[in-house]
Design a protein around this ligand. Structure first.
Ligand SMILES: Cc1cc2nc3c(=O)[nH]c(=O)nc-3n(C[C@H](O)[C@H](O)[C@H](O)COP(=O)(O)O)c2cc1C
Length: 337
């Protein structure tokens, strides 16, 4: 599980960053991965309303010369998003607002990229305007259909010079409480496989424990066309996007926690291997006992094409292995820890 936070302040490692790090400490205690991105020093222009994101449907903003697309990628991969800002004239900073406008537009254009992720604002303030600034962030979190947890008071710490928030005991308590609540929610909503894939006790498959289809990998040479079908016509929500050697992957939730994985070969990838010629790349079956299952597959004489190995997906670690079925179909065994 991964939480990404943005510090919208012009001051690197100032009060906003300090508050976020107090929040992070609670998450890290629970084994949750964290990443802080500081906007200080970055020039970020606002949305130009070109609406090319609605045409391109490539999970990107058409303005490509700044950090926004990189951050959108981090948002897509994260389970929770924290947006932090100092109060500037009773509101958030211009850079954070520009990021919200552009990332928000891309998220909406691409079918709700941040839907049901957990989201929170964090505010550093000298004296006045904190609640208004927090509201500005909440407008984005709510329209993006994110789940917004609360804290013991509003998510605000008081201080002017760098480090002064450390003396605001109630502000630090807010951050700890917020961190605890985010960790609790993450574990409730994201831990392990999607609950809908868990068999009920009487339907349990003892030969493939923890079984279910995790994803079906489909090769596409036209990612935008595939997204128009699976995402736009069928409403499947993109939940992860990444590049691996030779291809770009977009994982879409079919609606019950199983997925279609679109695999678009990069230009540099070889084009004549059987894997790249067939549109159905592989079927990934979930299991909670990959070692046991692959042992039985081996004994039964199937060809193992990838021996069990560890992999990473977002912040969580996986065990995967591949073998060939009787018709030559490639089957992945997928164990999420
Ligand atoms: C341009 C600017 C405008 C500010 N406006 C406000 C304000 O409206 N209300 C307030 O209480 N503090 C205001 N402040 C003070 C900052 O919110 C405060 O120093 C905060 O702790 C800075 O956080 P940072 O260290 O993360 O940058 C302003 C600071 C700057 C630079």
């Amino acid at each position: 599980m991964k939480v990404v936070a943005i510090n919208g302040s012009a001051r690197r490692d100032g009060n906003t960053a300090i508050l976020i790090r107090h929040l992070f400490a609670e998450l890290e205690k629970e084994g949750i991965d964290t990443e802080l991105v500081q906007l200080s020093g970055h020039v970020i222009r606002g949305c130009t309303a070109c609406d090319r994101c609605k045409v391109n449907l490539d999970l990107q903003c058409a303005i490509e010369n700044d950090i926004v697309n990189e951050i959108i990628g981090k948002f897509i991969a994260a389970d929770a998003i924290i947006l932090g800002s100092p109060v500037y004239f009773a509101d958030i900073t211009a850079e954070l607002k520009a990021l919200i406008d552009r990332a928000g537009r891309v998220g909406g254009a691409n079918g709700g990229l941040y839907r049901r992720k957990i989201g929170s604002g964090v505010i550093a303030v000298r004296r006045g305007g904190a609640i208004h600034a927090l509201d500005s962030i909440n407008h984005f979190l709510h329209i993006a259909q994110m789940i917004v947890p609360g804290a013991s008071y509003w998510n605000v710490g008081i201080g002017r010079e760098i480090g002064e928030v450390e003396r605001d005991e109630e502000g630090l308590l807010n951050m700890r409480t917020l961190g605890e609540n985010i960790a609790w929610l993450l574990k409730l909503t994201r831990a392990g496989d999607t609950p809908s894939l868990k068999p009920s006790a009487d339907a349990e498959n003892r030969l493939l424990p923890g079984g279910g289809i995790h994803h079906i990998a489909v090769r596409t040479t036209d990612l935008a066309a595939s997204l128009r079908l699976y995402r736009d016509l069928f409403g499947m929500r993109p939940v992860k996007e990444k590049e691996v050697p030779g291809k770009r992957l977009v994982l879409l939730d079919t609606g019950n926690g199983s997925h279609i994985e679109l695999a678009a070969p990069l230009e540099s990838a070889p084009t004549n291997s059987p894997e790249t010629l067939h549109p159905l790349q592989h079927i990934a079956l979930s299991t909670s006992d990959l070692t046991g299952v692959i042992g039985r597959v081996r004994t039964a004489g199937y060809e193992i094409t990838v021996e069990p190995r560890e992999a990473r997906a977002g912040g969580s670690s996986l065990f995967i292995a591949f073998f060939k079925g009787p018709g030559g179909e490639l089957i992945e065994l997928y164990q999420q820890n």
